[in-house]
Design a protein around this ligand. Structure first.
Ligand code: SF4
Length: 525
């Protein structure tokens, strides 16, 4: 630790930080544009100038490492004057088009203007005109006039994706961001430059003009695009998601997420099933549940409990997987529990994307649920299954012809599904379930980091979290698990798996950045 004097107060700050970070830990914000903790320092914007005792003139905080005994002033009239000067300089050629700018409400130029604006235009010359609505790539549009040349976007493409599509060309007030001639900003992580851009120069083709950001609410969640499970925020309004943005998690995704994951929010409401289906007809969830429970009783009476197979998936939350296992073992008394998930892989990379496109395969491993498709296949091939209950598992859509043929032989299939598909209309019954932003829960990602999901909004129509529907089935069969909330599930989960989740004593006790679980403990499962 280093002891520094910050604005007259002695504070202890961790070693190895720069002054922006050190001041932040002491609750003092030093304004900045070009500095970003995930990028190499550039020091070009000069907004973070501060006074340091003994230094020759003002110093930029982003490139000044904290040292024991330092005396730093961030709130003097001289510092404030410098900030006003920088702000005035950055706005000299800015179009000041906030009313039509998509960044309004989350723009640093706007925010700092309120604190450090000159408020009176002293410029006597016309503004320099540059290109507007520049199509940079599939996801990103550039307005060169709004750009403050902080170079965050250039540094991202140089140091993170190492694809180097962007450059600052020309000199002086003609300087501008552009893609190299003949190149497009089309790397797999291009959307991150929109988050990085502190002003309205880079905007998202997908999000722009859809919502004013002050109308949006935000929930913390996890991307389900692949098994990396990038930490995200979901921005939503009235039950409608509008965008995913990466949330800092040094254990999982640092500050970034891939474009495919970013756009996967569009699938949340795609083709959703909001009513139950019984024998191809829409019905109430109560009638469908009654029919399913009657079917369970009949199968048990005529063929025994082992004729029922309960199949979860690597798309379900850990809590759903746990309740599914309890339902199978303690209520249905069948040993046929599986998590076989046939979602096809995609191409992974060395940055974040993993080939496995399921967010919680490791959850199945930690709960000891067999997820080998061969096991499920052997049950079906042997004709042992009279009733197959699939939970958040699109086996009938993702399996090949052989799987289709095997499924066709099962006398009754029941689905707990998010999707209204032809398959959901063919099976004996389909019950609508919530997606991952409509419920609390957790996932264990590829490296074994357990992360919790916050709930953004309630599920629509009759859809409900799968674990609530599984509980309702258990209740109808005489067992009440008593899970009124997610915390109650965790109380039992920790009792059932005392070794698997060390250091966690409750759902809400899972820290913001998650907990790295011991993957070696479940290796090979
Ligand atoms: Fe910075 Fe945005 Fe300009 Fe890139 S486009 S240099 S991120 S202001």
């Amino acid at each position: 630790m280093a002891t520094i004097t910050l604005n007259g107060q002695q504070v202890e700050v961790p070693d190895g930080l720069n002054l922006i970070q050190a001041a932040e830990t002491a609750g003092v914000t030093i304004p900045h544009y070009c500095y970003h903790p995930g990028l190499p320092v550039d020091g070009n914007c000069r907004m973070c100038l501060v006074e340091i005792e003994g230094a020759r003139g003002p110093q930029i905080s982003c490139n000044t490492p904290v040292k024991d005994g330092m005396v730093v002033k961030t709130d003097t009239p001289a510092v404030e004057k410098m900030r006003k000067g920088v702000q005035e300089f950055l706005l000299l050629n800015h179009p000041i088009d906030c009313p039509i700018c998509d960044q309004a409400g989350e723009c640093r130029l706007q925010d700092y203007y309120m604190e450090y604006g000159q408020y009176q235009n002293r410029s006597m010359v016309p503004k320099v005109e540059k290109d507007k609505v520049v199509d940079l790539g599939p996801l990103v549009v550039l307005d060169q006039e709004r750009c403050i040349l902080c170079s965050r976007c250039v540094r991202f493409c140089e140091s993170v994706t190492k694809t180097g599509e962007l450059v600052i060309s020309n000199r002086g007030d003609r300087s501008r961001i552009q893609a190299f001639p003949g190149k497009q900003l089309d790397n797999a992580y291009s959307g991150n430059v929109v988050d990085l851009c502190p002003v309205g120069a880079l905007t998202s083709k997908d999000f722009r003009f859809k919502q004013r950001v002050w109308f949006l609410e935000t929930a913390k969640s996890v991307c389900t695009g692949c098994s990396n499970g990038c930490a995200i925020t979901v921005d939503f309004r009235e039950g409608q998601p509008y965008r995913y943005k990466p949330r800092h998690n040094p254990q999982v995704n640092d500050y970034w997420m891939c474009d495919a994951g970013r756009l996967s929010y569009k699938q949340l409401n795609e083709n959703r099933l909001y009513t139950a289906i019984l024998g191809g007809e829409d019905t109430t969830i109560g009638k469908a549940l009654d029919a399913l429970v009657a079917r369970i009783r009949n199968v048990v009476a005529s063929h025994g409990p082992e004729a029922i197979a309960l199949v979860g998936s690597a798309h379900s939350t850990l809590e759903t997987q746990f309740v599914l296992r309890r339902l199978a073992q303690e209520v249905l008394k069948t040993s046929k529990v599986s998590g076989a998930t046939l979602t096809p892989d995609w191409e992974g990379d060395d940055l974040l994307k993993k080939a496995d496109r399921t967010p919680n395969r490791n959850g199945l491993r930690f709960l000891g649920i067999d997820h080998d498709p061969a096991t499920l296949r052997s049950w079906l091939e042997a004709g042992q299954v009279q009733l197959l209950i699939l939970v958040d598992n699109e086996l009938g859509l993702e399996g090949d012809d052989t799987w289709q043929a095997l499924l066709a032989q099962v006398p009754a299939v029941a689905l707990l599904t998010r999707t209204r598909s032809g398959w959901a209309e063919q099976v004996a019954c389909a019950l609508p379930i919530a997606n991952h932003v409509e419920q609390f829960g957790s996932f264990v990602q590829a490296k074994g980091v357990l992360q919790k999901l916050g709930k953004a909004y309630d599920p629509e129509g009759d859809s409900a979290p799968a674990l609530d529907i599984l509980q309702a089935i258990a209740r109808a069969l005489g067992t009440d698990f008593g899970y009124d909330d997610i915390e109650a599930v965790w109380t039992d989960l920790l009792k059932a798996y005392p070794e698997s989740f060390p250091g966690i004593d409750s759902f809400y006790g899972i820290p913001e950045h998650g907990v790295a679980l011991e993957l070696a403990a479940v290796a090979g499962k």
